[in-house]
Ligand binder design. Structure first.
Ligand code: COA
Length: 137
């Protein structure tokens, strides 16, 4: 997972294997895996949070990100939320296509390796428990 994260997030500090292992100890955390990609998610009191999602560039644009999202959205939560960098057009398109809407913005939330500070958009989606994935496999 750390290798995929580093390959996918070139502009950001990548998460180390030990940081990821520490997260996985928690019963609140669920990891989803597909070939070339993974997500880490947290479920607390009906609220599902996407901590990270990453698809290795060699595997992108093949529907893996969408599959990971749909598996997470079927986790049985009432609402789902996530944060995304305001300049991450690929991820924003993915989330909007799945029905997420912007509910907030955190100014200069992400610090890039090059020192640039980028806003985070907070997106949310109301779920019916047992969300049906969209029609795309
Ligand atoms: C965002 C990310 C997870 C998408 O994964 P993916 O497997 O390439 O995405 P998919 O092939 O499932 O694409 C699903 C949808 O996402 C959107 N999308 C994906 N890549 C896109 C791109 N380069 N430009 C615009 N939209 C894009 C499209 O809406 C696409 O639907 P479509 O194929 O019907 O047009 C992947 O690009 C990634 O790992 N990026 C780097 C890490 C990252 O930014 N993670 C999110 C942090 S919040």
């Amino acid at each position: 997972m750390a290798q995929i994260h580093a390959a996918a997030f070139l502009q950001d500090r990548s998460w180390t294997a030990s940081e990821i292992s520490d997260l996985l100890v928690s019963p609140l955390i669920t990891a989803f895996h597909e070939t070339g990609g993974f997500s880490l998610t947290r479920l607390i009191a009906g609220e599902a949070e996407l901590l990270t999602i990453a698809v290795d560039p060699a595997y992108q644009n093949q529907g893996i990100g969408r599959r990971l999202m749909n598996r997470w959205l079927a986790i049985g939560a009432d609402t789902a939320f996530l944060e995304v960098a305001a300049d991450n057009s690929a991820a924003i398109a993915l989330y909007q296509n799945l029905g997420f809407q912007q509910i907030g913005v955190r100014r200069r939330y992400y610090q890039r390796k090059d020192g640039l500070a980028v806003d985070a958009l907070t997106l949310s989606k109301t779920l019916t428990r047992g969300h049906s994935p969209d029609s795309t496999p």
